[in-house]
Design a protein around this ligand. Structure first.
Ligand SMILES: [Zn+2]
Length: 235
């Protein structure tokens, strides 16, 4: 076979392999999501319980702060008492103090409810975590397998790209541009074999004269049907 064609066939083989590896690499995150989905039924309740505890703790803190503030204002209102002159002012103050006290009690009650909820959840957490870890453990092998697969693909890609870089300098730029152009227009296939007089790229018959020229292998010939580089497949 013509030396240039030989290089182009090698280049095409490498490009197709690189493309295949690239697709395989793209599948990895999707497969990871599939594994994540398998453990969702135990992971979500565990994580939600942890989140809920955090929320309740924040809520309890806010209520506690509010209760302290209300207690202070109750005390301040009490200090005003001796200075009061009229009955109206007195009953207004009492009303205000009573409201502060009521609100403070509400806060304390809600705080207590939150603390009880936290305690109940904290009791549930170990079991939820156990179930989650069991399931996570079940997919550990699958995750490791996938990580391994990813590394293997990445290594193979590096290797194939290196091989490609080694082939490139031996292909004249004009032909390389042409190859790239045809490959991008024809689904990665820029070079086609002629088998029993048929172009394997477009499956159109090749004229006997072309087959003869290909046999001599002295010139670069393009398919009249699909414009791909042609080479003769012996056998
Ligand atoms: Zn063709």
């Amino acid at each position: 076979m013509n030396n240039l064609l030989e290089k182009l066939v090698t280049l095409q083989k490498l490009d197709l392999e690189i493309r295949k590896l690239g697709h395989a690499l793209q599948q990895i995150p999707k497969k990871m999501i599939e594994i994540d989905k398998k453990i969702e039924s135990t992971k979500l309740p565990f994580e939600e319980a942890k989140k809920k505890i955090e929320e309740l703790k924040k809520k309890a803190d806010i209520l506690s702060e509010e209760a302290i503030k209300l207690e202070e204002s109750e005390r301040e209102l009490k200090l005003k008492m001796p200075k009061i002159k009229s009955n109206e002012e007195y009953s207004a103050l009492l009303k205000e103090m009573d409201a502060a006290k009521k609100r403070k009690e509400e806060c304390e009650e809600q705080q207590l409810t939150a603390i009880e909820e936290i305690e109940a959840l904290e009791k549930e957490i170990p079991l939820l975590e156990k179930k989650y870890l069991e399931q996570e453990n079940g997919v550990k092998g699958e995750r490791e397998e996938l990580e391994k697969e990813k590394k293997e693909i990445e290594l193979a890609l590096i290797k194939k790209k290196e091989e490609r870089n080694q082939v490139l300098p031996s292909v004249p730029k004009g032909y390389l541009d042409k190859y790239t152009h045809i490959a991008s227009a024809r689904n990665g296939l820029a070079v086609a074999a002629v088998k029993k007089g048929i172009c394997q790229g477009c499956f159109i018959g090749v004229r006997p004269k072309i087959v003869q020229d290909l046999h001599y292998g002295e010139e670069i010939i393009y398919c009249e049907g699909c414009q791909r580089f042609l080479y003769l497949e012996e056998s």
